[in-house]
Design a binder for this molecule. Structure first.
Ligand code: HEM
Length: 348
């Protein structure tokens, strides 16, 4: 028997009421705290365009919660500002925290694009990721090394010809990805700002490599390893990783995290956490990674947060770290990095 328009309207009304009742039940818990937003626009004016990770960290202090939330034009964005909350959600519950939000808003927020990196969680992403992980796992590094070594040697040649164009040279060959180039740029910045650390690093390279040849992958240079860990920690190149999206409703510390929320792990906050790195967290101190024998202190957790979290963490990590390593070792062996000066010897 066909239903009447009245019956249809009644059914629709009941469904609406049920839907709102169910929503109310799960929403009994509050969202994580955060600034009060404007109608419709939400908190878009509370997120600065530059260094938003620092603003998020301030909010954590202000609201006394390591997890905060914002409303960006109707999308709930949850920011995790501590190692503990990142571990509990992005790592331990990676089954539901490994999707990606749709693109447009995300690109505005973090200014970062990556096709495969932005695929939602699912069979297609899994398949791509598996292939990539296989290609770049530690046991496959010997395939990439000859090319990485060659790129580092070409880099030295170019730097010798036109040292001031170092950024262009890094971009063109040595690195292979924007992120790797950024790490090498931060390395060069650190060596310029801390000449005494550069001297130590050069001495370590000379000691390991000796005279008459350039560094290769067989050289063990713990002080350089420490310098590069510190570069990743001091200036993480993707300070909020790539945004994750949660695929189920969840609860953390009594706060409601709605399905579909964008979840940002604040790598900067983890890598500058004074509880781990002390009051010198903002300074560049490679020695913090070494034990008293000058070897890498294995009790210190690696700066993995620089490579993101859980099932979405960077699959190119091993490869990228070796590219950076061979370039940095080669540069230190061949050159001394300093500020450029004009003919009169002053800072241009
Ligand atoms: C030192 C250089 C690099 C750094 C610091 C870096 C960092 C990151 C970070 C923070 C993420 C986001 C992880 C997350 O969402 O939690 C990421 C993802 C990714 N990285 Fe890297 N990366 C570097 C180099 C590379 C290289 C050389 C490759 C390619 C060989 C690569 C391939 C990828 C891919 C494909 C993703 C997306 C993974 C996914 O969505 O499942 N990365 N990287």
């Amino acid at each position: 028997m066909p239903s009447s328009p009245l019956q249809n309207a009644g059914l629709a009304l009941i469904s609406c009421v049920l839907y709102y009742l169910l929503r109310l039940r799960s929403r009994k818990l509050p969202l994580p705290p955060g600034p009060k937003g404007l109608p419709l626009l939400g908190n878009i004016y509370d997120v600065p365009e530059k260094q938003s990770w620092l603003a998020f960290l301030e909010m954590t202090k202000k609201y006394d919660s390591d997890i905060i939330s914002l409303n960006l034009m109707g999308t709930t964005v949850v920011v995790l500002n501590s190692a503990a909350s990142i571990q509990a959600l992005l790592e331990d519950k990676s089954m539901i925290y490994s999707s990606r939000p749709p693109f447009p808003m995300v690109n505005d927020l973090v200014g970062y694009h990556w096709n495969f990196g932005f695929m939602p969680y699912g069979p297609k992403w899994k398949q791509y990721r598996k292939t990539l992980v296989q290609q770049f796992q530690p046991s496959q590094m010997h395939f990439h090394r000859p090319l990485q070594l060659k790129a580092a040697r070409v880099l030295l040649q170019r730097l010798l010809e036109t040292p001031a164009k170092f950024e262009k040279h890094l971009r063109h060959m040595a690195a292979g990805s924007d992120t790797t180039v950024s790490v090498l740029n931060s390395f060069i910045l650190a060596m310029t700002l801390y000449p005494e650390i550069q001297e130590k690093a050069q001495a370590a390279v000379d000691h390991a490599v000796g005279q008459g040849r350039l560094p290769d992958f067989n050289d063990s240079i713990p002080y350089l390893d420490a310098v590069l860990r510190e570069v990743l920690r001091w200036r993480p190149v993707v300070p909020l990783a790539i945004p994750h999206a949660v695929t189920e409703d969840d609860v953390y510390n009594g706060y409601y995290i709605p399905r579909g929320a964008v979840v940002l792990g604040n790598s900067w906050a983890v890598l500058h956490d004074e509880a781990i790195y002390g009051s010198t967290a903002g300074e560049f101190i490679p020695e913090r990674w070494l034990n008293k024998d000058g070897e890498i202190n294995t009790a210190m957790r690696e700066p993995s947060a620089a490579f993101g979290f859980g099932r979405r963490s960077c699959p190119g990590r091993e490869m990228a770290q070796w590219s950076v390593w061979i370039c940095a070792a080669s540069i230190l062996a061949a050159f001394t990095i300093s500020k450029s000066v004009d003919e009169k010897g002053s800072d241009p």
